[in-house]
Structures are given as structure tokens and as C-alpha cells.
Write a protein that binds this ligand. Structure first.
Ligand SMILES: Cc1cc2nc3c(=O)[nH]c(=O)nc-3n(C[C@H](O)[C@H](O)[C@H](O)COP(=O)(O)OP(=O)(O)OC[C@H]3O[C@@H](n4cnc5c(N)ncnc54)[C@H](O)[C@@H]3O)c2cc1C
Length: 496
């Protein structure tokens, strides 16, 4: 079978699915992506893009609030105008919708067929080529609401995939694929006893419906999502209480970085309750009560429950197709995104490998390179860089350090550019192998750390030594100067 004859069906149009579709189309396959909610997936419509857009607004306000030390007094005293959250949220949602439309257009312009509907594996095809059957149905078929209660398309669905208005198939149908990529993502985990009502008890997907800034937001969960929203809402001016079941915020991140953030949160007036596990969240007349497992109660006006996510893997024919699911319901895949079933691949949050859009996209691309016989390098998690979009940001590259690496930490308080810009929270931490000086990873805690980490990512990917990193020019004055300086210090220590 040539690539042009290969029929690829992608289930789910998030980063895992749309990036895979672009690669498969580039390699000449006939590609169809079936997406239930909107191209771009949760990443674009409810998770990554909206949250980072909201955070961009919050960061401007945080900078402005702390600009007194720069000699500015924009408004007398602390008299900031209240945030117009309805305007902020409508910008967030419009930007997300536009981003989704851009990606859908990019897919269509490269020949990818986009089907709006919910798909599932429906067994093997009896024809000579075999292949996987994928049944799909449009939202609203037979009067059933679509996912998230959305109404059906144009009211009147066609039948059996007949074209509807605008020539788009609207009812449902069946596709046959030689290669299937399952990239169905994940959904917010619901804590029993803390079911979201969309008004006061919220998941992260529901925050953008708020018309006014919460008076007091209680955030349950101090992982990346909880910390990002807690920080952003505090910067926007809400009172915030962060309920953490662990000793500190961001239990999965570098302990020094989490310590910096926790100090910043405290300085900005956030209340962090450590070792506090939420047992339930209930509505009161004018707000919410969060009851902790030790009986304490925390009251607020709203509660965001951010306690992780569950993979969207049930009811889509995976088990029937012979696909192995892990104990947590994720699709088990290898480093080239294969499931154990020939022709069936999976990528992104549904695999639970690392819940990042960048990893989903890479898994999707790898799947297509492998399936369509192109050159492929298996996924290497040691090269993943990730960022927590708090203020300051926390960017990490490489595996967590162990005793075998040599490390140096350089506080940014001594960096000339940081002083000029008026911030002192943060550091650069680098790790290398003592014998060779090869850089294995690092952590950057700084405003804009997500941009600063890229040279480290290149260095890790290309196995550069700390000397090579140190000898490349940096701009003076610059925060990146501290990266080169940290690398220089590792040279001294390596010789010691
Ligand atoms: C609040 C928040 C902020 C985040 N911020 C970042 C960030 O800054 N950077 C980062 O790298 N990652 C971030 N992430 C993680 C990132 O959003 C996910 O890792 C990413 O969305 C995973 O992509 P995906 O393609 O696997 O799934 P998704 O983006 O979830 O897309 C899956 C798609 O599949 C569709 N689907 C599901 N079932 C079916 C079906 N049966 N038929 C058809 N379609 C179906 C869904 O409608 C959905 O559109 C964030 C996550 C959260 C919760």
C-alpha cells in the first residue's frame, strides 16, 4: 500500500490529533479527523489557550500593581479599577474560538477532511484490505444533546452521512481506516461530594462563564492547574485560598521553585492551606463551603476544583478492539505511540504519558511518521521542557536530578536586568554530568521562564557541555546571562 492509498482516521482534534493529521497529510495519506467539540480540542477551547490568555491579563495587572518600586504611581494609593471579568472572559473565549477556526482552516487547506461528530471504533472491515471501522455521529443526532449539552447542528441532521447544509455531512456515518489515531484527550476529574454546578462550584472549563470577579475563590488542588489559576485570580484582585493536600504547592515540581512561588503567593496575600484535603464542596446561600477531611471548613464565594483529569477512553470501542487500558483508564502505548493492536495508535492525554499539549503533539506526529514509514525517533521524555505559567513562571527541562549530577543554583536577585526590571524572585538551576560536563537539565524560575528555557532545551537535545553553553554570547544585560553564568560556575565546580 502506498502512502497515498493509506486511509488515516484521527479520533479527536486536539494537539495530539491535529498535529498528527498535518503530518499524515504532508506525507500524502488520505486523512479524516473526527472531532466532537471543536478543532483544537480542550487545549485550545477550554484548557491551555484560555488559561494562558487569562494569565496574560493577570500578569499585566500584577506588574502594574508592583510598579511602585519602579518609581511609578499609576493611580493614587491602591485604587485600582475593578477588573471587568466579563470583558476579560469574552476576549479569552473569542481568542480561543479564533484559534480553533485557524487550525481547522489550516487542516482543510492541506486536504484533511474534518468531520464534526463523536467517533468510536466499530470493529474490523470485512473487505480485502481489512482496516478499522469508525462509526461517527454528529452532535444532536436523534434529538440527543451533544457533548456538554450542545444542540445539534442546524436543527435537522441528514441521514447516514448525507450532506447537510453547506455540503457538510451532519448526521453520522462510517469511515474505514488502515491507520487510526486515538487522541480523545481527558476531562476534569470530579470529586464525589464536590460536583460542579457551573455557577459557584466550577471546573477549569467553566471559569470563563463568570461575569464578575469572585469575591473569594477557594481553589482545591495545588498542582499546576490549581496554582496557575490561584495566582492569576489573586493578581486580578480576588481573595484566594488555595487548598493543598500536600506540604506545599506544586508537589510535582522542583522543591526550590515551589518554595519561591509559595513565598510570592504569601506576599501577595494568598492563603495557602497545606496538608488540607477537601472532602466535599457544597453551596450556601451566597457562596460555597469546602469541608476538609479533618472537619475544618473553608468558606468562599466560589470554588474551583482542580484535582486532575480522567482520560476520555470509555465507550469508544477500545476494549472491544483489543486495546489495553491501564489501571487509570489510559491507553497503553509504546514510545512510537503504538497500542498493541496493529494499525491502532494513540496520542496525548488519553495515554496519560505526560499531560502537555507539546507532548500530545509530538506523540501524534511520531505515530504518523511511524505508521506511514517515515524516519522516526521514539519519544524521549528526558527532553521534554514544561512550564508552569504562574508569576514568576517555572520552566523545567530534563529528568529530575539525582545524586549522579552536579548542580548549581544562581538566584536572579543578583542579575542586573532583573534588578532593572524590579524583580528578585527566581533563579536558574543547571545540572550536568560531572565527568563530561554534559548538560542534563535545569530549572528557570523567572518572568518569561517559558521563553528562557529554550537554549537549555537545545543544549539537552544536542548533548552540549556546560562549557559550550557558557561560551556562547548572551546579551548584556539579560536574564539569559544568568544561564551562561550558571554554566560557567559548573565548569569551576567540575574542575574542583
Ligand atoms: C487548565 C489547563 C491548562 C493547560 N495548559 C497547558 C499549557 O500551558 N501547556 C501545555 O503544554 N499543556 C497544557 N495543558 C495540558 C493540555 O491542555 C493537554 O495536554 C492537551 O490538551 C492534550 O491534547 P490532546 O490532543 O491529547 O487532547 P485534547 O486537547 O483534550 O483534545 C481531545 C479532543 O478529542 C475530542 N474527543 C473526545 N472524544 C471524542 C470522540 N469519541 N470522538 C471525537 N472527538 C472526541 C474532544 O472533544 C477534544 O476536542 C493544560 C491543561 C489544563 C487542564
Amino acid at each position: 500500500m502506498t502512502r497515498a492509498q493509506t486511509r488515516v482516521v484521527v479520533l479527536g482534534g486536539g494537539p495530539g490529533g491535529y498535529e498528527a493529521s498535518l503530518v499524515a497529510a504532508q506525507l500524502g495519506a488520505a486523512v479524516t479527523v473526527v472531532e466532537a467539540e471543536g478543532i483544537g480540542g480542550s487545549a485550545v477551547l477550554t484548557d491551555c489557550v484560555p488559561s494562558k490568555t487569562l494569565i496574560a491579563t493577570a500578569q499585566v495587572l500584577a506588574r502594574a500593581r508592583e510598579s511602585g518600586q519602579l518609581g511609578l504611581q499609576l493611580l493614587a494609593g491602591d485604587g485600582w479599577a475593578p477588573v471587568d471579568l466579563a470583558a476579560v472572559n469574552s476576549r479569552v473565549l473569542a481568542l480561543a474560538a479564533a484559534q480553533s477556526a485557524d487550525i481547522a482552516e489550516s487542516l482543510r487547506s492541506r486536504g484533511v477532511q474534518v468531520v464534526t461528530g463523536t467517533g468510536r471504533l466499530a470493529g474490523r472491515d470485512a473487505g480485502p484490505r481489512g482496516g478499522h471501522r469508525i462509526a461517527w455521529s454528529a452532535p444532536g443526532l436523534n434529538g440527543q444533546p451533544g457533548l456538554n449539552g450542545q444542540p445539534g447542528l442546524n436543527g435537522e441532521p441528514g441521514l447516514n452521512g448525507e450532506p447537510g447544509l453547506n455540503g457538510e455531512p451532519v448526521a453520522g456515518g462510517e469511515l474505514i481506516a488502515d491507520v487510526v489515531l486515538v487522541a480523545t484527550g481527558a476531562s476534569p476529574r470530579v470529586l464525589p461530594g464536590a460536583e460542579p454546578d457551573g455557577e459557584r462550584i466550577l471546573t477549569w472549563t467553566q471559569l470563563y462563564g463568570l461575569a464578575e470577579l469572585p469575591d473569594h475563590l477557594v481553589v482545591v488542588g495545588s498542582g499546576v492547574t490549581g496554582a496557575e489559576f490561584a495566582g492569576a485570580y489573586r493578581s486580578l484582585g480576588a481573595r484566594v485560598t488555595l487548598v493543598s493536600s500536600r506540604d506545599r504547592v506544586l508537589p510535582g515540581e522542583d522543591a526550590d521553585a515551589a518554595g519561591v512561588l509559595q513565598d510570592v503567593f504569601a506576599r501577595r496575600g494568598m492563603s495557602v492551606l497545606a496538608r488540607s484535603r477537601a472532602a466535599s464542596v457544597t453551596r450556601t446561600d451566597d457562596g460555597v463551603t469546602v469541608t476538609l477531611t479533618d472537619g475544618r471548613r473553608v468558606t468562599g464565594s466560589h470554588c474551583l476544583v482542580a484535582v486532575g483529569s480522567v482520560p476520555n477512553t470509555s465507550g469508544i470501542g477500545l476494549v472491544e478492539a483489543g486495546v489495553e487500558l491501564t489501571g487509570s483508564g489510559n491507553v497503553a502505548v509504546d514510545r512510537v505511540s503504538r497500542t498493541g493492536v496493529p494499525g491502532l495508535y494513540a496520542a496525548g492525554d488519553c495515554t496519560g504519558v505526560l499531560l502537555l499539549a507539546s507532548v500530545a503533539a509530538m506523540q501524534g506526529r511520531i505515530a504518523m511518521w511511524h505508521a506511514l514509514g517515515d524516519a522516526v525517533t521514539p519519544l524521549d521524555l528526558d527532553q521534554v521542557c514544561a512550564n508552569v505559567f504562574t508569576d514568576p513562571e517555572i520552566a523545567t527541562i530534563g529528568p529530575p536530578p539525582d545524586d549522579s549530577v552536579r548542580a548549581v543554583t544562581l538566584p536572579l536577585a543578583g542579575n542586573a536586568r532583573a534588578k532593572m526590571q524590579g524583580f528578585g524572585d527566581g533563579f536558574v538551576k543547571l545540572y550536568c554530568r560531572p565527568a563530561t560536563g554534559i548538560l542534563t537539565g535545569g530549572v528557570v524560575v523567572a518572568p518569561g521562564a517559558s521563553e528562557l528555557v529554550h537554549p537549555l532545551s537545545l543544549a539537552v537535545a544536542d548533548r552540549l557541555t556546560v562549557d559550550q553553553v557558557a561560551q556562547a554570547f548572551t546579551v548584556y544585560p539579560s536574564l539569559s546571562g544568568s544561564i551562561a553564568e550558571a554554566a560557567r560556575r559548573l565548569h569551576t565546580r567540575a574542575l574542583a
